[in-house]
Design a binder for this molecule. Structure first.
Ligand SMILES: C[S@@+](CC[C@H](N)C(=O)[O-])C[C@H]1O[C@@H](n2cnc3c(N)ncnc32)[C@H](O)[C@@H]1O
Ligand SMILES: O=C(O)C(=O)C[C@]1(C(=O)O)C=C[C@@H](O)C=C1
Length: 271
């Protein structure tokens, strides 16, 4: 296994002024995420559990914005091959896809990654679960609703969308408190004030977070009948949304047989 490269991108004199998912980011990406995304590994485990509970045998699970393929690897390890579920990753960064292909080689054709732009038309086939982790936030806000609607239309009845986003505090008075806690988190993981500040500037207008409530409204407007929050830590939030029964647009579908063979958890409408 190749050693994990430490993220020093914004410590260097040639630090990027605008954040891009290029070769230099791909090189240090796994270390960057582990040190910059609170509860990154725990959230992956939560997503794996949600996938085990909702993915339907003989279907596909899509990871949109799959980066280096770490989550796909975790899902492929957890879901038994007999369930005949295929994992498809999509990303528009060739540098990320190259790393993902290497990471997923051992799973043969159970896992595949493809190049695609979420700002363009999206074709999802036989999809029982779609995952968008830390990726919707990189689309212009005006394009997000259209993508969520497209995903909702493409999902099989009973299908699920799992969404994790960086979010803004709902209350303006708490915004600086949340942001300061996040920067403290980064400092505790070895990032200097200079690195934090340079990355913040590079992400301006590239990563645009919305408050959790706006994400929930977008999911409901897209036609998801059940929407709930499964994770929240200051500026990070995980949502799960279920497609309603075909034609109804608001009722959860009758429970499909989950990939794990376990009984599916009951859902409730959060608002
Ligand atoms: C923060 S990373 C996602 C991390 C990954 N989902 C995970 O949990 O480790 C965002 C990813 O989305 C990809 N991305 C950003 N905009 C995109 C677009 N318009 N179409 C496809 N992929 C995009 C980037 O290349 C990057 O790999
Ligand atoms: O470092 C930050 O400020 C972040 O917002 C972390 C974050 C993200 O949430 O997507 C931003 C860019 C990188 O892709 C990795 C992580």
């Amino acid at each position: 296994m190749t050693p994990r490269k430490r993220d020093d991108l914004f410590a260097r004199d040639d630090a990027p002024e605008k954040f891009e998912f290029n070769e230099s980011v791909a090189r240090v990406f796994d270390n960057m995420l582990e040190r910059s995304v609170p509860f990154y590994k725990e959230c992956q485990q939560m997503v794996v559990a949600l996938v085990e509970a909702t993915a339907q045998p003989g279907t596909r699970v899509y990871d949109l914005g799959c980066s280096t393929g770490t989550l796909i690897r975790e899902m492929a390890r957890a879901v038994p091959p007999e369930s005949d579920i295929r994992f498809i990753g999509l990303d528009n960064s060739d540098a990320m896809l190259k790393k993902a292909r290497r990471k997923l080689k051992e799973f043969g054709d159970r896992c595949e990654v493809v190049s695609g732009d979420l700002n363009g038309p999206l074709e999802l086939e036989n999809a029982s679960v779609v995952i968008l982790n830390y990726t919707l936030q990189f689309l212009p806000p005006a394009r997000r609703q259209g993508l969520l609607k497209r995903i909702r239309q493409s999902l099989l009845p009973g299908g699920a969308l799992i969404l994790i986003e960086k979010v803004k505090a709902e209350a303006a008075a708490l915004a600086p408190v949340f942001v300061e806690r996040y920067y403290a988190y980064k400092r505790e993981r070895g990032y200097s004030r200079m690195e934090i500040s340079r990355k913040r500037e590079a992400l301006e207008e590239v990563l645009v977070p919305l408050p959790p409530g706006e994400n929930v409204t977008m999911l409901e407007t897209a036609g998801f009948g059940t929407v709930d929050v499964f994770f929240k830590w200051f500026n990070f939030c995980g949502f799960v949304a279920l497609r309603g029964e075909a034609g109804s647009g608001s009722q959860p579908a009758p429970g499909p047989q989950p990939a794990s063979g376990k009984k599916r958890a009951k859902t409730r409408k959060s608002r």
